[in-house]
Design a protein around this ligand. Sequence first.
Ligand SMILES: Nc1ncnc2c1ncn2[C@@H]1O[C@H](COP(=O)(O)OP(=O)(O)OP(=O)(O)O)[C@@H](O)[C@H]1O
Ligand SMILES: [Mg+2]
Length: 288
Amino acid sequence: MRDQAEQLRMQMLQSQQKLGRSIAVVSGKGGVGKSNFSMNFTTTLSALGKKVVLIDMDIGMGNIHILLGKTVPSNLRDYLVGEKAIEEVMFEGPNNLQYISGGSGLSGVMEWDDKIFQRLIEAFEYLQKNFDYIVFDMGAGATSQTLDLLVSVDDIIVITTAEPTSITDAYSMMKFIYLKDPEKNFFVLCNRAFSEEEGLDTTSRLKLAMSKFLSKEIVVLGSLPEDPVVRASVKEQVPFSILHPNAAITKKLKLIVHRFANFIVEETNVPNQSTFISRLKNLFSRRS
Ligand SMILES: Nc1ncnc2c1ncn2[C@@H]1O[C@H](COP(=O)(O)OP(=O)(O)OP(=O)(O)O)[C@@H](O)[C@H]1O
Ligand SMILES: [Mg+2]
């Protein structure tokens, strides 16, 4: 009897462990490089053999498909309003990466009613079972719905630049999420750093502020340099990690991806239960 119970417990643990991690890439201030980072981060994670899906949460103004040089026939909005199935809005990017476009051209402002929220939960349940990592590239403006999503995900990657306005906004964003969920994992990265020192100074400041004012330890992922390779790759519509595999920025990105993946394996010893979905459901039930 005990053996059977133990077996069942192990089976449940194993199936829980298989659930993908949900990660949101955010910033306080807009335009700091979230989409380019998300694109290259997920492409690099996929190259490690992980099953990754990238979701462009900039609905109506998405640019992931543009960064990939693709025209997509359907996007997240089509799924959310019930016109398409989730499999129909997923497309293949480099290294087997799957992505869901946010769509462009602002095809009508979307009302996030209960039905849409329910669709979102169903999509995430499916994605968690089928992918190792579900990465959300968050849009520029924060809405109450996207903030709900941020509070629900497992991990938050905060992108900042070295500008004081960007740093203070990054802090405010982390504080907002932290106050709703003090257990959240925060990872911080300085993008467009002009030197190694500038990157380190920026991330250290944020780490110190979180520790001093909120007693919260966060993980420094490192920095990515200001590099003309990024702009050139945007113009070519190919991720820089693919177009320029030997560029300094690509090498640094690889280190960051390894640091992130190792942290997930080493530090997060709690089996990855479906907390993401249950947190989302809680928010959903509180609204209705
Ligand atoms: N490391 C870098 N070096 C040089 N240019 C960069 C770097 N990272 C991003 N950029 C440039 O910054 C601009 C904004 O990047 P991106 O669109 O990725 O930002 P974002 O945070 O997603 O913006 P939004 O908040 O509008 O969604 C792009 O033109 C891109 O080429
Ligand atoms: Mg963006």
